[in-house]
Ligand binder design. Structure first.
Ligand SMILES: Cc1ncc(COP(=O)(O)O)c(C=O)c1O
Length: 416
């Protein structure tokens, strides 16, 4: 895609040329540092400014009319766009690299807001969506509760069960929603297969690729219609902001931007700036998350106290072949099961010294959680089992620490 930088009013026209005009011609790290930013920025600063403004002024009525008539591109009001956020959007679109160099991105207040914006805007009353299981709990909860109240029906199907996905499609189905990799079992969808099923039935596809990031997979290249990210995770990368992103063709993203103007879930300029800052080291961080995840997964697989490791790069993972073919790396999240009960698993977690006990993933610090006592705490053991969550399951989100230190820590905590 061509990276059109945001016009800055106080610098000469020639300085608007982007340092990286086409992200497909450079590596991920170069795109992560330069894409979407003009060569020169306001006040000669090397950083994109935080434009902390709720509204934007017009010099006179003629300018206002030029704006309405599309003769000039500029901001109008903070809910419809912000220069700092637009720079991040250009960078995310470049990193996601869709087909035909025609990709646009929309920043949102959070990952959940990205999900709900798409679902509310694309699913009218009486329509139906197919959603895969083993996906973010709140997405399924939204579909089951608020969306159902608006007259949108849904069918939950097992992730990667393509026959079930196909069978669930009805004449009124508009959208197939899945994650890849999924949470917490890291199931990896065969995207060309999914897209082929959807296209035959004229249904659109939305993939929440938060766990993969555009460094590891670019779903738009396989024909997926919309990619969603919780930018709170790897894209921001420092556990210090909440943001979401929707990426796809300019037409559909433009329509979603219109919806955001009504729904109001914008990313504030400070978070947009933090995201832009985090993105500069995105590719570097992903390399380390990927290598830490793989090293830790291999260590755990050999440990006598671990009964099962869920990581796509391991040969016994059900989607190993697809993951090896379609992904560049498999991320920092490793899910695994201990040889003990709920309490023994909690003891192991409490003995860990490096990872913090916290929900989330994708930041510089390793985080660990026992899903039974984190997201699924209100459920009984039987109810948890019904949704596939065992009491001895651990989800470790490797940060960017040294792999040897993570392994030393895991080894001592397992030595109970
Ligand atoms: C896969 C996935 N999608 C969406 C979300 C929601 O993102 P946010 O917390 O930024 O709203 C999360 C959060 O954990 C997630 O893991």
């Amino acid at each position: 895609m061509t990276l059109e930088p945001e016009r800055q009013p106080d610098i000469p026209e020639e300085a608007h040329e982007a340092r990286v005009r086409d992200a497909s011609e450079v590596g991920a790290s170069t795109a992560a540092v330069h894409a979407g930013e003009p060569r020169c920025r306001a006040h000669d600063a090397i950083t994109t400014p935080i434009v902390q403004s709720a509204t934007y002024t017009f010099a006179n009525t003629a300018e206002l009319i030029d704006y309405h008539e599309g003769r000039i591109a500029r901001e109008e009001y903070g809910r419809y766009g912000n220069p700092t956020a637009r720079t991040v959007e250009a960078r995310l679109a470049a990193l996601e690299g869709g087909p035909d160099r025609e990709t646009a991105a929309l920043l949102c207040a959070s990952g959940m807001n990205a999900v709900t914006t798409v679902l509310l805007a694309m699913l009218p009353a009486g329509s139906h969506l197919v959603v895969t299981d083993d996906s973010y709990r709140r997405t399924r909860q939204f579909v089951r509760t608020l969306l159902a109240r608006l007259g949108v029906q849904h069918t939950v199907v097992p992730a990667c069960d393509y026959a079930a996905i196909e069978a669930a499609i009805r004449p009124e189905t508009r959208l197939i929603v899945s994650e890849s990799p999924t949470n917490p079992y890291l199931r990896v969808l065969d995207l060309p297969r999914l897209v082929s099923i959807a296209r035959q039935r004229r249904v659109k596809t939305m993939i929440d690729a938060t766990f993969a990031t555009p460094y590891n997979i670019q779903p738009l290249k396989y024909g997926v219609d919309l990619v969603i990210h919780s930018a709170t995770k790897y894209l921001g990368g420092h556990n210090d902001l909440l943001a979401g992103a929707i990426i796809g063709r300019p037409g559909i993203v433009g329509a979603l931007r219109e919806s955001q103007g009504m729904l109001g879930g914008i990313c504030d300029p400070h978070s947009a700036y933090l995201l832009l800052r985090g993105l500069k080291t995105f590719a570097l961080r992903m390399e380390r998350h990927n290598s830490n995840g793989l090293t830790v997964a291999r260590f755990l697989r050999e440990h006598p106290r671990i009964t099962r490791v869920h990581y796509p790069a391991l040969p016994d993972h059900p989607d190993h072949a697809v993951a090896m073919e379609q992904m560049r790396g498999w991320g920092g999240v490793v899910s695994f099961e201990l040889d003990g009960d709920l309490e023994a698993t909690s003891r192991f977690i409490d003995r860990l010294r490096l990872p913090y006990i916290a929900p989330s993933l994708g930041g510089t610090e390793s985080l660990v959680e026992q899903p039974a006592l984190m997201s699924f705490y209100e459920l009984t053991t039987e109810e948890r089992l019904a949704v596939g969550i065992r009491n001895n399951l651990v989800r470790l989100a490797c940060g960017i620490e040294d792999a040897e230190d993570l392994i030393t820590d895991l080894a001592q905590a397992l030595n109970d």
